[in-house]
Design a protein around this ligand. Structure first.
Ligand code: ADP
Ligand code: MG
Length: 195
């Protein structure tokens, strides 16, 4: 049985009916097609982001990155969400909480509060928790963490070594590790992201 077009799993974000109308390619009828066309944009954004000088800890850049990833698929690519989610801060707090996060991460870097992997993964969990966008938050926050860890002299993460978006077991392990991160236990995510 096919999944309904844009249904989320329990960790992904369900879309509101208004957002359903914001899908750009009209031929998309199932989740596999959606993943496929999203993946093309993500690969392009990945090349774009890694091949230029950039400051990941910049709101403008994070918005541009999301736009690059999803602009062929979603009309709201690169814009903050305006509606609530079961994960994430209230929509009106996104900009302020993001600014606070970027300040905190700069502080950790300046003071070497944590090693590069832990800084990037703490950034990842907080960014995913803020949930700035209507969708694509996980993929965006993983790419952002990859860019950050590379800019800190590390190697990009392997995130379990497979396609998280459509591999159920990987996804479950990842979400469990992210949730441990919410509770300030980063050991599971530190290990998962390098596995
Ligand atoms: N408890 C949580 N704390 C922080 N982030 C979470 C939590 N649960 C889920 N997430 C993040 O939200 C993502 C799902 O949101 P979504 O916007 O649908 O992203 P994507 O479409 O890229 O999967 C997960 O992949 C994960 O990164
Ligand atoms: Mg999603």
């Amino acid at each position: 049985m096919n999944d309904p077009p844009i249904a989320g799993d329990d960790a992904a974000t369900p879309l509101t009916p208004g957002e359903h109308r914001d899908l750009i390619p009209s031929y998309i009828t199932n989740r596999d097609q959606l993943n496929e066309v999203e993946q093309l944009g993500i690969a392009e954004a990945d090349r774009w982001a890694f091949s230029r000088k950039r400051d990941v800890l910049d709101e403008r850049f994070l918005l541009d990155l999301h736009k690059r990833m999803f602009r062929d698929v979603w009309k709201w690519a690169g814009t903050f969400r305006k509606t609530p989610r079961n994960i994430g801060v209230e929509a009106y707090r996104i900009a302020v909480d993001l600014r606070q996060l970027l300040d905190d991460v700069r502080y950790w870097i300046t003071h070497s509060t944590y090693g590069p992997d832990e800084i990037a993964l703490r950034f990842h969990v907080r960014l995913a928790w803020i949930h700035p966008f209507p969708n694509g938050n996980g993929r965006h926050a993983r790419l952002a963490a990859d860019l950050l860890v590379v800019s800190l002299g590390g190697e990009r993460f392997s995130w379990g070594g497979g396609r998280l978006i459509d591999t159920d077991t990987l996804r479950k392990t990842y979400i469990t590790a992210v949730r441990a991160g919410d509770r300030h236990d980063f050991a599971p995510l530190l290990s998962f992201a390098r596995s």
